[in-house]
Design a protein around this ligand. Structure first.
Ligand code: MIG
Length: 689
């Protein structure tokens, strides 16, 4: 039997992460021991500011304890053995040495001698030491002791996750076209550039449903404007694209450009909707447009005001958005830039020693996203001034909430696409996230895979990474392998940074292979969409680590490079360069499905055990679990086209099996009931191959 214990410590700020109002427990927190004094002499702070704190919660780890969760972060599916920090950060170098990425997802499950979930509802900096200082100790170190803590007990991990998800509310459901393939690149400048992308896809018969508009569609990077020279008659252009079955998805940045005559700026100033500095003036930071103010997304009225602005683009036919730079990222603040310039001037003609050289370099590098800046501006939360650093992790959440709540009013019956870079738990009700500025590295393909179940645990179902990698130069094989994973992720988007090698699918030599692989996504849509809908509507996960299902299998428990996708499929993507296949562990007999395209499917039954499986660059391989069904179709150039295809079944059924298929219009919120498909086979207990 499950139970959620809710504890309140100090005077927590309301984050609105949870949707259920539970009674507050009186006694001490179960399982956790509050340690009042950290012996600083013995333990090095190691650059972790919060480790200098006096007290922390402690949980002794046994050898078999595993830790899962923490949403968007570096390292393994099993999070044990590293120190993580909840601190939404715009850091484009996602290496193992980092402690946080763009999201703050304070939920994890300890699985072992005791199995329980913990959610720390705390919007400030929070350190999770998962056996870093001490290999056999878990420590939780909040910056201040004002927080709510939820301890969740249940039958198993899946039950605990489900309870957590019910506590925090149903996950966002995008329109169906948003499951189609999307092309993006920072650097598309004009309608002509976008037309060329669409042409590249359509001429090569590579399916495509959306093209993303990065910052250059705007007029001087001003939110809710369109550059009229480069996008003349935007409304008509949006329609033209729709006729091609392409949805345009513009980016919205958090910072609002300071410019006389720009209505969003002027209104925000007049109504007092921007974050303030210590003196009560509108705080000035700099991002893409140069100097900006940050809308106070935590102020209800400001949020409503900002959200309503999306209408400007919706009116012109836009049906989807991505919210960026909402950690919020700050290149520099006016005030600190002054200080730094002053220091730099004082160095002039000086013979710097080594330490001074280092300090000199840090001066400029440290201008961006500085904790000092975050500590120097304020929100107005229900009339109370709250310093930004206390609620830092809520900013992206509430920006996306602003849009989500506005959409409810502007288009109450329609699903709009919405995803964000920064996030906090609770935001999953309003939109998805993409995994931010990864690199064209093979290791990031694997990291993408590992992050999926952790994100799902935290409610983020609509997610995916920049396929091919954002920074750095992609190679053709990296992109192909990454697409083979991306076929299964709800957000399937190729995106790359300005100045990197072009990586649209048609830019490489094997265009037919791209066509085949991306079409497989469309071919598997009947299954993938159904599984997404079930996961969202039932508060379940779409991507599962093997250890969540094959709980008694010691091999399955340690698998970090295979996942279950929904109820029927296991995937084992290739993530090393020049590999022609890989080792796969089957925790039970499964049917291997080899897709050489949607019309050429080979299958083979394998017993439980370890196998080397050949996986050429131009094939997609997955595995069907016993007594399971996978509905599919032949694909199409767009979601709409694929929708019209006849549904066929792949299966590994020997007796009787049933599958719940979701089919709806994909645009309205009328989610319908699933249709039940049944396969009945009598084969004297033998599996039909
Ligand atoms: O500082 O808009 O993560 O996807 O292409 C870079 C330009 C700002 C960061 C986003 C990335 C986007 C880029 N943005």
């Amino acid at each position: 039997m499950g139970k959620i214990y809710r504890y309140r410590i100090g005077k927590p700020l309301q984050t609105e992460a949870v949707v259920q109002e539970l009674p507050i427990e009186k006694g001490d927190v179960l399982y956790l021991e509050r340690v009042q004094k950290l012996d600083l002499a013995k333990e090095k702070a190691d650059g972790q500011e919060c480790l200098l704190q006096r007290d922390y919660w402690r949980y002794p780890l046994t050898q078999e304890d595993r830790i899962y969760g923490l949403g968007e972060n570096v390292r393994g599916i099993n999070k044990r053995g590293w120190i993580y920090e909840s601190n939404c950060t715009d850091d484009p170098i996602h290496t193992e040495t980092k402690h946080s990425l763009y999201g703050a997802h304070n939920f994890f499950v300890v699985d072992g001698e005791k199995t329980f979930g913990l959610f720390l509802d705390y919007p400030g900096k929070l350190v999770f030491d998962m056996g870093y200082q001490c290999m056999d100790e878990l420590r939780i170190i909040p910056k201040t002791w004002d927080l709510e803590l939820y301890l969740i007990l249940g039958d198993d991990i899946l039950d605990i996750v489900k309870q957590f998800r019910q506590l925090t509310g149903r996950s966002y459901i995008p329109p169906k076209w948003a499951f189609g393939f999307g092309q993006s690149r920072w650097g598309y400048q004009s309608a002509e550039d976008i037309r060329a992308v669409v042409k590249g896809y359509r001429e090569n018969h590579i399916p495509l449903d959306s093209v993303y508009l990065d910052i250059d569609y705007m007029e001087d990077f001003k939110d809710f404007t369109v550059n009229e020279e480069r996008f003349p008659d935007f409304r008509e252009f949006v329609e033209e694209m729709k006729r091609e079955r392409i949805h345009l998805v513009p980016i919205i940045d958090a910072g609002v450009k300071i410019e006389e005559g720009y209505s969003v700026y002027e209104e925000g100033v007049e109504k007092g909707y921007f974050c303030k500095d210590e003196q009560g003036n509108d705080f000035v930071g700099a991002v893409w447009p140069g100097k900006v103010h940050f809308p106070d997304m935590l102020n209800k009225k400001a949020r409503k005001w900002f959200g309503a602005k999306y209408q400007f683009l919706i009116e012109q036919g836009i049906e989807g958005f991505w919210n960026d730079m909402n950690e919020p990222a700050i290149f520099y603040s006016e005030k600190r830039l002054e200080q730094v310039l002053k220091k730099l001037r004082s160095i002039k003609n000086k013979n710097m020693d080594m330490w001074e050289v280092f300090a000199f370099k840090d001066l400029v590098a440290g201008l961006a996203n500085s904790p000092e800046d975050y500590a120097s501006f304020y929100h107005n939360i229900n009339g109370k001034q709250v310093c930004h650093d206390k609620v830092h992790n809520l900013y992206g959440y509430h920006m996306t909430r602003a849009a989500g709540e506005a959409f409810e009013e502007i288009e109450p019956d329609k699903r709009l696409l919405l995803f964000s870079r920064a996030s906090y738990i609770g935001m999953h009700r309003y939109g998805g996230i993409w995994m931010g500025d990864n690199q064209s590295w093979w290791s990031h393909l694997l990291m993408n895979l590992k992050m999926l179940p952790s994100l799902n645990m935290c409610g983020f179902l609509y997610t995916g990474a920049d396929l091919g990698g954002f920074g750095g130069d992609a190679t053709e094989d990296l992109l192909l392998r990454w697409l083979a994973l991306g076929i299964f992720t709800p957000l399937m988007r190729n995106h790359s940074a300005l100045g990197t090698r072009v990586q649209e699918s048609y830019q490489f030599t094997q265009t037919e292979t791209f066509q085949k692989l991306i079409n497989i996504r469309y071919g598997l849509m009947p299954y993938l969409y159904s599984e997404y809908m079930k996961a969202a509507l039932r508060d379940e996960m779409l991507f599962l680590p093997l250890s969540f299902v094959y709980t008694e299998d010691p091999h399955a428990r340690e698998v970090e490079d295979q996942l279950l996708v929904g109820e029927s499929i296991m995937i084992a993507p290739v993530y090393t360069q020049n590999a022609t296949g890989r080792y796969v562990y089957l925790p039970e007999p499964m049917k291997l499905v080899r897709l050489k395209g949607m019309e050429e499917i080979e299958t083979e039954v394998l017993e439980q055990g370890h196998f080397y499986v050949d996986i050429p660059l131009d094939e997609v391989v997955f595995f069907i679990r016993p007594e399971k069904i996978v509905p599919y179709c032949s694909g199409g150039q767009s979601m709409e086209e694929a929708e019209q295809q006849e549904i066929k079944l792949l299966d590994f059924v020997t007796g009787t099996a049933e599958y719940e298929l979701y089919q709806d219009d994909g645009y309205t919120k009328d989610y319908q009931r699933p249709e039940h498909i049944q396969i009945v086979r009598k084969q004297n207990g033998k599996r039909n191959v």
